[in-house]
Design a protein around this ligand. Structure first.
Ligand SMILES: Nc1ncnc2c1ncn2[C@@H]1O[C@H](COP(=O)(O)OP(=O)(O)O)[C@@H](O)[C@H]1O
Ligand SMILES: [Mg+2]
Length: 155
């Protein structure tokens, strides 16, 4: 468990994960509305060095952020039903050459890759409007566990 006192802490966690990602990686973001999923992606994008602002892609489903170490494909699966066929979104990008991060993706998009990192964001004080968040990182398959350990991010 990682405590994230402020939105900047959540961005900093995204940037630390950015240092670990490779082409073809899938990151699944889990947590309720306002948990900080988009804020996390802002940190991920900053860590990769992509240009441009990261906002919620809710109304466009997916956005590709170029210009960084790797292209970042930011998907909002909220509106995708069933197994989200991100491949069918006809993104102008090869997913195997990108990092794909999916908000609301838990239970939907895991099949896109052999392995993934699930980032669970919890808002313990949701009823009080408190700022603190808690992140739990779930490595699933591949060498995610080792990668997290090497970055001192293993739980
Ligand atoms: N510790 C924190 N981590 C992330 N966001 C925080 C934190 N504290 C406050 N916030 C605020 O909560 C909101 C999170 O929004 P957002 O990232 O869009 O959520 P989601 O994408 O999960 O629906 C932002 O307005 C952000 O500034
Ligand atoms: Mg969001």
């Amino acid at each position: 468990m990682i405590t994230l006192e402020t939105a900047d802490d959540t961005r900093a966690l995204g940037a630390r994960i950015a240092a670990l990602v490779r082409a073809g990686d899938l990151i699944v973001l889990d947590g309720p509305l306002g948990a900080g999923k988009t804020v996390f992606v802002q940190g991920l994008a900053a860590g990769l060095g992509t240009a441009g602002r990261v906002t919620s892609p809710t109304f466009v489903i997916a956005r590709v952020h170029e210009g960084g170490r790797l292209p970042l494909v930011h998907v909002d699966a909220y509106r995708l039903g069933g197994l989200a066929e991100v491949d069918d979104l006809d993104l102008d990008t090869d997913l195997t050459e990108s990092v794909v991060v999916v908000e609301w993706g838990a239970g939907l998009v895991e099949g896109l890759a052999d392995a993934h990192l699930r980032v669970q964001l919890i808002r313990p004080e949701a009823d009080t409007d408190g700022e603190a968040r808690v992140a739990v990182l779930h490595p699933v398959g591949g060498d995610w566990e080792q990668r997290l350990s090497s970055a001192n991010l293993a739980s």
